[in-house]
Ligand binder design. Structure first.
Ligand code: FES
Length: 121
């Protein structure tokens, strides 16, 4: 499996994202809560550049006992990436769509070795 050296891990701030080229593939690298996550920059919906999208907290729909909506609120404990083409959202930590766990981003193995960030495909 080929490995691609990205650079020093300490230049990534928390909540930072970088898109890197690994031969003919683009990989989105995210640092969140001190951990690195990597996803192919290819949306499972129609192939949009999902990793370039807006990062935001998960939006929760609040419902009453009858199931009627009573507004929305942000869940800051979960960060999502929003595909810029049609707005599909994915968890940065799991790659899953919040409404359908079978719709997922394709993972890339991102790891730190001797202070350097690498991608392995
Ligand atoms: S291509 Fe990403 S939401 Fe459609």
């Amino acid at each position: 499996m080929p490995e691609y050296k990205v650079g020093p891990a300490d230049i990534f701030a928390d909540d930072e994202r970088r898109i890197v080229a690994c031969d003919d593939k683009e990989i989105g690298i995210f640092k969140l809560d001190g951990e690195f996550y990597g996803w192919h920059n290819l949306c499972p919906h129609q192939g949009g550049p999902v990793c370039t999208g807006r990062v935001m907290s998960r939006v929760l729909e609040i419902a009453d006992a009858e199931g009627c909506t009573r507004g929305q609120q942000y869940d800051d404990s979960q960060k999502h990436i929003v595909c810029p083409w049609h707005g599909y959202e994915f968890s940065i930590k799991t790659g899953s769509h919040p409404g359908n766990a079978r719709v997922r981003l394709r993972p890339a193995d991102v790891f730190v070795r001797e202070g350097q960030v690498y991608v392995r495909l």
